[in-house]
Design a protein around this ligand. Structure first.
Ligand code: FAD
Length: 509
């Protein structure tokens, strides 16, 4: 039995939601994955009379496509979509059966209007929590537009193909055979990348806002909701709604919620903001701020928004180690997300740069799949919590190097090693390996504010107890500020504080 009892129970419930018949065309060989896929097909047929299966010869074996009778939708799963891709499979099945995808009607129309042929392939691992969003977005595009096809390729079942393409990060998307993009992407981002999304004119003629929030992570979402609840004209510009939360797997310290997952919390943040009268401008980056009579915020598409007050909540991003080779080999052996890309380094030797909590957690995680993990820590001691260090030390396939500096990540077309210097003796060493995970903390997204609000030595915006910055009417909240601790709940609190302070400022001025 390929599906365990719990998954089978869930699937049975979902299959009841199918509207019309779906024809699954399956291409099978003599390998183990084909046998499992054949078992999956048998179980599906036994669970719903609306599912029909026929053997076919598809571009990849083993694989299967989901179709309406008499009409190919272009959705193919090469490999078995269990693990994190199980939801992608269920949603695709329901959408092909006739249930409308849950997206804005405007967005759906935009997809239907796309001209030309687009054949997408997405390489995934079943443990990658960033992959389903991309797979689901491309499946929706494929369901809505007959000129768009999408194949999910499961890296474990297609190891040779993955290696021949030198894919070292998932999701990796190819379009018409050429590399398109890697990493998490929302539907709107894919449309933007295809150049079929909103243009500047959609944003430029807006009336001034009372409060304009820049950033759509926990602090920005909280600020927008608090502002909108005061009944004032509120807008939010967010390059990637959800912020860092989208890259987080398990969250256990969001008080009153014992356990949740990042993408789920990120979706709830957006849902909650949408409940209010907030003008949401997604996938746009602020590039300039200037205080005139009103405060102006210029976006990367040239549109200029005006507002009486602004709340900066642009958060933070992974810090680069800055060594030669890091940028050149990004996604070719240099990675930042152990949960996503770890499985691609199965049986290989990898390094983790950074011995804080995230570095040591990554090393523990990677030790489960990689042949060997070397942790490189710049300081004489690891900074991770004692319990994590004990766990790391108990693993036989890990080595910790302390007081060392990464000199270079080496490689030809992909990473083949790392060179480091022992800081006390200046002795240089080289380790041959295939992957380097950089885990050395975060840096505030505030470069675009050069010459405007006051920031500290490490680029964080300096705020007072009201979250006010050095410019009257401009407030800041969350990880982009000099708040000593960076956490979801703290960001949300400061977003609320900033919005209430902005409201107070509006009343007084
Ligand atoms: C892997 C990982 C795991 C974590 N785990 C936890 C945890 O378990 N519990 C916990 O409490 N915290 C956790 N954190 C920390 C937590 O995610 C952050 O403290 C929180 O997300 C900060 O929220 P924020 O809104 O200030 O910034 P962010 O979440 O960084 O959001 C910033 C927003 O601003 C946008 N943006 C950036 N620049 C611009 C620009 N120029 N124009 C427009 N928009 C812009 C971004 O796209 C994003 O929407 C984790 C962080 C990481 C990376």
């Amino acid at each position: 039995m390929i599906l365990d009892t719990e998954i089978k129970g869930q699937l049975e419930e979902y299959l009841k939601l199918m509207e019309n018949e779906v024809l699954i065309r399956v291409s099978l060989g003599n390998d183990d994955v084909s046998r499992d896929m054949a078992d999956l097909m048998k179980e599906l047929i036994s669970m719903s009379p609306k599912i029909k299966v026929e053997e076919a010869s598809l571009a990849r074996t083993p694989s299967f496509s989901l179709n309406r009778p008499g009409e190919d939708t272009g959705i193919v799963f090469a490999g078995i979509p269990l693990g994190h891709e199980f939801t992608s499979f269920v949603l695709a099945l329901l959408q092909v059966s006739g249930r409308a995808p849950k997206i804005d009607s405007q967005l759906a129309q935009k997809i239907r209007n796309i001209k030309g042929n687009y054949s997408f392939e997405t390489y995934v691992s079943l443990t990658c929590h960033n992959c389903p969003e991309v797979v689901q977005a491309l499946n929706i595009m494929s369901v809505l537009n007959p000129n768009i096809t999408h194949t999910m390729v499961e890296g474990g079942a297609y190891r040779e193909e993955v290696e021949s393409k030198d894919i070292m990060a998932v999701p990796s998307v190819y379009l018409n055979g050429e590399f398109f993009e890697s990493g998490r992407m929302e539907l709107e981002q894919i449309l933007e990348r295809l150049d079929v999304s909103a243009d500047a004119s959609e944003f430029s003629d807006k009336e001034p806002f009372d409060v304009l929030v820049v950033g759509g992570g926990p602090s920005g979402a909280s600020a927008a909701i608090y502002a909108a609840r005061k009944g004032i004209r509120t807008g939010i510009v967010a390059e990637r709604f959800g912020g860092q939360v989208r890259d987080t797997l398990g969250i256990e310290n969001f008080i009153s919620v014992k356990y949740t997952e990042g993408p789920k919390l990120a979706d709830s943040l957006e849902e909650h903001v949408k409940d209010y009268d907030v003008d949401i401008m997604k996938l746009r980056r602020a590039v300039r701020l200037e205080k005139k009579d009103l405060i102006e915020v210029e976006l990367d598409n040239g549109a200029v928004l005006r507002s009486k007050t602004v709340i900066l909540s642009t958060g933070a991003r992974w810090r680069n180690v800055g060594a030669p080779g890091e940028i050149e080999f990004k996604n070719k052996g240099v990675a930042y997300c152990p949960h996503c890309d770890g499985p691609l380094f199965k049986g290989k030797h990898v390094a983790v740069i950074g011995g804080g909590n995230s570095g040591v957690e990554a090393a523990i995680d990677l030790a489960g799949v990689a042949a060997h993990v070397t942790v490189l820590e710049f300081m004489p001691e690891l900074k991770a919590d004692a319990v994590l260090q004990q766990r790391l030390n108990s693993l036989p396939n890990t080595t910790v190097l302390k007081n060392v500096q990464t000199k270079e990540i080496t490689g030809t077309d992909k990473v083949n090693g790392i060179t480091y210097v022992e800081r006390d003796t200046q002795v240089e060493n080289h380790i041959e390996l295939e992957g380097v995970f950089v885990q050395i903390g975060l840096i505030a997204n505030t470069e675009w504010l050069d010459g405007t609000v006051e920031r500290n030595r490490i680029g964080e915006i300096i705020v007072d107890g009201h979250n006010a910055t050095s410019i009257p009417g401009v407030f800041a909240a969350g990880d982009c500020t000099n708040s000593p601790y960076k956490q979801i709940i703290i960001s949300m609190g400061s977003g609320a504080n900033a919005a209430l302070s902005a409201f107070d400022y509006l009343i007084r001025n």
